[in-house]
Design a protein around this ligand. Structure first.
Ligand code: DCP
Ligand code: MG
Length: 440
């Protein structure tokens, strides 16, 4: 059944009901009563309960997306995108550096005595054997910095990376039916619908996305296309940098032939050594033993998981909830604040921004958490859960204000304040709701 009048549906669904249509006793008041936060929160919870009551009473129509778990993984076309030498590429772009000179981003090398690690480095530095997570002193030994060698060492600037990441994610999100930012430089896209189940069209889509990212942001990205998450992630590594690699459902076996077990995300050095002791170095060597025999060597759980990886039956779900447990924002003040009213104003704005962000992601949350750091770094978090996940700024503004007002220690300087939305959820109605709104 196709629902032709979205406005009609909206009125039926109390979850979407405009505030002014609610019975007067449930309508939030214009002004917050900061001095009586408990009453406000009680009122707030009543309001949530009221809305919650109606949430499941509405039939959502046949258009509702079936739960992802029920979809056979072979029916999905997933894309994993990972930016190439991300932090280094952004720095090179921003400071117009020579990409052929080794650039290492990480903690201060202190002429080889530094104790931190390498965050990342460009491909010129990788030629010296430097890689992410290597001790910075080791990187310096392999490729010293000025005046001893060609290495260019910088600490890096997070703000630059977040901005670049956001621009890339906007480009990637557009064609995806389901989208998941998995880290600052990688994302999963379910493009099954966008390409109408056509694997060639998926390849062309990735090429187009790659070009757009390069033209609009100036960064290169690698793409993997496959029927499951883990296979898509592994494929994006295959032709890095600026590569695209595709594993069709009937090519999975070939893909794993001769491929080192160590290349499978989730198999660490310890596990790889254990398997090597049994003479198993490649995935196909392990797989041919069969789940039972492999289970006796490496444990049943591992054997079952590896078998499913090669059979292409591991998860194909793309959802922001997989990569993210909470959405939060905080602000550190340049000097400690004693005006708590001013801090509360900052907290309100942070809360508002968190809720805007969570709405963009299509997630709601049950937990409101306020973080307060006092002069001297003493840090406290104060949380409160509501009965059902919501994404309404109004609700969380009240909770944030309440948590702050009842917990802040008076006469103390404040160094930082933050808000976090936790216990995330994605309402079953969400996909359908978004679709209706788009049609308006
Ligand atoms: N990063 C970090 N510390 C690490 C690993 C990574 O700070 N131990 C940061 C820097 C990377 C970014 O995360 O630029 C993305 O990590 P990747 O593993 O995707 O590495 P790169 O994008 O740098 O390189 P590649 O081209 O291999 O993806
Ligand atoms: Mg990367």
């Amino acid at each position: 059944m196709r629902l032709s009048n979205p406005r009609h549906i909206r009125r039926q669904n109390p979850f979407l009901q405009p505030l002014e249509e609610l019975p007067v006793e449930f309508r939030p008041k214009e002004k917050l009563v900061y001095l009586t936060p408990t009453i406000e929160v009680l009122f707030c919870e009543e309001y949530i309960n009221f809305k919650h009551c109606g949430q499941y009473s509405v039939g959502v129509s046949e258009e509702q997306t079936p739960p992802q778990g029920s979809v056979s993984s072979h029916e999905r076309i997933l894309v994993h995108c990972d930016l190439d030498a991300f932090f280094a590429a952004v720095e090179i772009l921003h400071h117009s550096l020579d990409p052929n000179k080794p650039l290492i981003i990480g903690s201060d090398p202190q002429a080889g005595r530094g104790r931190g690690i390498v965050s990342t480095c460009n491909y010129a530095a990788r030629a010296f054997g430097i890689h992410s997570a290597m001790p910075i002193s080791e990187a310096w030994r392999r490729c010293p910095g000025h005046p001893f060698g060609p290495g260019h060492y910088i600490r890096g600037s997070r703000g630059l990376y977040s901005r670049a990441s956001r621009r890339v994610m906007e480009i990637l999100q557009a064609p995806a039916e389901f989208f998941e930012k998995a880290s600052i430089d990688e994302a999963y896209l379910d493009v099954t619908k966008a390409v109408n189940g056509d694997w060639d069209a998926a390849f062309a889509l990735c090429r187009a996305l790659q070009d757009t990212i390069e033209e609009q942001v100036g960064l290169t990205a690698s793409f993997g296309i496959a029927p499951t998450r883990i296979l898509a992630k592994m494929s994006s590594e295959v032709n890095k940098p600026k590569g695209i690699f595709r594993i069709l459902p009937d090519e999975i076996g070939d893909f794993f032939e001769g491929r080192s077990l160590r290349e499978v995300p989730g198999i660490g050095p310890k596990r790889a050594t254990q398997l090597a002791e049994w003479g198993l170095v490649t995935v196909d060597e392990a797989y041919v033993h069969g789940e039972l025999a492999l289970g006796r060597m490496a444990g049943e759980r591992f054997a079952s998981w590896l078998t499913r990886v090669v059979d292409g039956t591991t998860s194909a779900e793309v959802s922001p909830l997989r990569s993210r447990k909470s959405v939060g924002k905080e602000r550190t003040f340049s000097s400690d604040q004693t005006d708590h009213e001013a801090v509360l104003e900052v907290l309100r704005s942070l809360t508002q921004r968190v809720l805007t962000r969570s709405r963009e992601m299509g997630v709601s949350g049950r937990l409101a958490e306020v973080k307060i750091r006092y002069t001297g770094f003493e840090t406290h978090t104060h949380g409160r859960s509501i009965p059902v996940a919501m994404d309404e700024p109004e609700v969380f503004l009240r909770l944030a204000e309440h948590l702050f007002a009842t917990n802040v220690q008076h006469n103390r300087g404040l160094r930082l304040v933050g808000f976090r939305l936790g216990q995330l959820d994605m309402p079953p109605t969400r996909q359908a709701v978004l679709k209706w709104n788009e049609e308006e």
